[in-house]
Design a protein around this ligand. Sequence first.
Ligand code: PMP
Length: 412
Amino acid sequence: DGALNVPALRAQFPVLAQAVHGAPLAYLDNGATTQMPLAVLEAMRVFETRDRANIHRGVHTLSQRATDDFEAARAVLKRFIGAGAEHELVFTSGTTESLNLVAQGLWLGGAGKAWLRAGDEIIVSGLEHHANLIPWQQAAQASGARLLVLRPDAAGRLHTADLQRLLTERTRVFAVTAGANATGERPPYEEMLLLATQAGALTVLDAAQAASHAVPKLSALACDFMAFSGHKMYGPMGTGVLAGRRAALERLHPLRLGGDMVEWVKYDSACYAALPARLEGGTPNVGGAVGLAAAAQFIDQVGRAAIDAHVHALRAQAVAGLAAIEGVTVLAPHATDAALLSFVARDVHPHDIGTLLDEQGIAVRTGHHCAQPLIDHLGLGPTTRASFAVYNTPEEVERLVAGVARALEVLR
Ligand code: PMP
């Protein structure tokens, strides 16, 4: 019936088989970082123990193998995201670097070449992680463009009609998340990207929370740039992707200038290489790219629809359980297609809840989730967030709900 064999899946994640403070670990912080299956660890072990060498530079066998491994990883990830012939994929250290590369790449270079100029407008959604906000603040300051925020309503929803009102002929960039990490909100980003594209803007999608879930193929989206991180999709930390339309990527001034990204160099000038090398200066994390590709294959083998059905059910169970506790408010309860939930409890600080849950072996995240303006906009303080992955179980959700109830009794 497409349901996951969770015990068999759990056995592929060695980190889960441990006790924390004497209780079996219930790892519910997957929105921050997921764990890695054996297949990912093994792919990286094979690379590091057989093919490890610098790429694109050597004529020797290991260098050629490493280059082949790196390019094979790129091809796997392009297929994973549904890239078309018009797309290219660049390896980065994560979503943060990918988004900085876009935001800075659109104003660096100057001398009339930059995409962003004084008087232009940048629209970012009000749901964004700091990584998809601060780079745009800086790009606006540096270029003289104006930063406009597409504000969510009181329930944390974004509306396409509001975007329509903000879009003008001055709009040059529209940036939005595919899933808000602080609330689980999933904006109608397909229509929004299309509207922004029709208005002549370049579009940016932060897919950090969405990459291990069912998302439309990149080729089906009006998306110029898409960013995500390996460590949130069962891959290694310090890996990530910037994918997008080749023509859009070509507009970016490279951030990392140096080896491997040039055609030729003289003492006083240089000619940058073609994509993707142009945006991948320096020695990349080849072992990480290999691991990230293995993670994409793991996700496709399990099946994104099956993963989503599983984590959405866990969220629904947690929302029902937590909302029944006196004084607990779940954010965005309507976001039934999310893999995470955030909640606040009257009179109790999330940090204290998180600490008491940890004492029961339950790992959650507390705080502003790097989305402070959104939390302020919603009139909230810090929250407690539980986020689910392929290996989580209904028993773990029961422990979460019981653990929160117990923590509130102790703390009130
Ligand atoms: N955007 C979103 C929506 C995120 O959830 C995160 C990670 N919390 C980021 C961006 C930043 O990702 P990274 O720290 O891997 O660069």
